[in-house]
Design a protein around this ligand. Structure first.
Ligand SMILES: NC(=O)c1ccc[n+]([C@@H]2O[C@H](COP(=O)([O-])OP(=O)(O)OC[C@H]3O[C@@H](n4cnc5c(N)ncnc54)[C@H](O)[C@@H]3O)[C@@H](O)[C@H]2O)c1
Length: 322
């Protein structure tokens, strides 16, 4: 069995490899060879925490595993992080445990990779400017993934927390020209590709500021009462989701305008599987505004975990234990 820690995960896979693995995974799901139950939530009332169990089995690709995420909001009081995440990769033929992977890095890589895959199908080929609203943990992986699929020259970034914005700019500066700004409209008006990766409950920019031809990846807002994008953005955009099942049960960005009668289910153009299997076309004109909304999907974890495991075996990386 192999153990892959944070550092191994960061170094093992290129973004291209991750995006290609995800493309294969979304095809597998569309073609009906996946078993991905709704995630199971176990509450731990005494400590005001919870565990989330996210299993997946892909029968065609012969991959299976489970991500276990714990969320204990009081942990910072005792000097521990709120979230821990671990991935257990199993052999679906025997059940054998093949690998244990650090799950937070895996999540960053697969969430970035999924936005990268959507950007490959939906952003203008000539996209040169990238805007980031919300410069926390996920944002770095979003930048890496989008740079892997479009010739990004300049990055504009905004966060309500100026310390996090500064730290992000320092971390990203080796990847390209990055400019911190003090208002989200300065990001939005410049962006060919825009990412919202915040924990906000209310829209983080005005859809009026979007220029035609922009592609948006909205990855935050994971509960029905949360939203990062406003009604104007929803009405101006061609909308693609990671999965209908996930977004229509969790994504306030879509559920709130639907409840208000502003958006119909039929107006959502399709899911990422529709694009990768060619059932639907991605971008159809230079002018259209496209919005990819994701809430995350256990298939994304298993395909990236499996790719990392295979590469670790080939390159003799990670820690082996009997
Ligand atoms: N779609 C997916 O598959 C997926 C996967 C993982 C995480 N997420 C979600 O992505 C979001 C970001 O996750 P993270 O791990 O980077 O969180 P994080 O806490 O590390 O970063 C969030 C950042 O958003 C900033 N922020 C909050 N409100 C803002 C606002 N109104 N304007 C600008 N910035 C604002 C915060 O200051 C913080 O820096 C979360 O909602 C998380 O649940 C989605």
């Amino acid at each position: 069995m192999v153990i892959l820690n944070r550092n191994d995960m960061e170094l093992l896979l290129t973004m291209d490899e991750i995006i290609n693995a995800l493309e294969e995974g979304f095809r597998e799901v569309k073609e009906g060879r996946s078993f991905v139950p709704v995630r199971f939530r176990l509450e731990v009332k005494e400590f005001e925490g919870e565990f989330l169990y996210m299993p997946a089995y892909l029968s065609g690709l012969k991959q299976s595993g489970t991500k276990i995420v714990s969320v204990f909001p009081k942990n910072p009081l005792i000097g521990k992080p709120t979230i821990y995440a671990t991935y257990l990769l199993n052999d679906p033929a025997t059940g054998e445990l093949l690998a244990i992977l650090e799950g937070a890095t895996l999540t960053g890589l697969r969430t970035g990779g999924t936005s990268g895959l959507a950007t490959r199908y939906l952003a203008r080929e000539d996209s040169k400017t990238l805007g980031i609203i919300g410069t926390g943990f996920q944002a770095f992986y979003q930048v890496r993934a989008i740079q892997a699929v479009r010739p990004i020259e300049t990055i504009w970034a905004y966060d309500i927390d100026s310390k996090r914005l500064k730290e992000f700019c320092e971390k990203v500066s080796p990847l390209g020209n990055i400019y911190p700004v003090s208002h989200p409209h300065e990001v939005v008006r410049q962006s060919d590709v825009l990412v919202t990766s915040t924990t906000s409950k209310t829209p983080v920019f005005s859809g009026r500021d979007l220029k035609s031809g922009t592609h948006i990846n909205a990855i935050g807002a994971f509960r029905p009462d949360m939203r990062e994008v406003d009604e104007e953005t929803i009405l101006r955009s061609k909308i693609v989701v990671d999965t209908f099942e996930g977004c229509l049960s969790e994504a306030g960005d879509l559920l709130i305008p639907m409840a208000e009668g502003k958006l119909k289910r039929e107006s959502i153009y399709g899911d990422l599987g529709d694009l990768v299997t060619g059932k639907k076309r991605g971008r159809e004109s230079q002018e259209e505004i496209t919005l990819f909304k994701s809430v995350g999907f256990a298939m994304e974890d298993v395909v990236v975990a499996h790719r990392a495991y295979k590469k670790a075996l080939q390159e003799n990386k990670g820690q082996r234990i009997e």
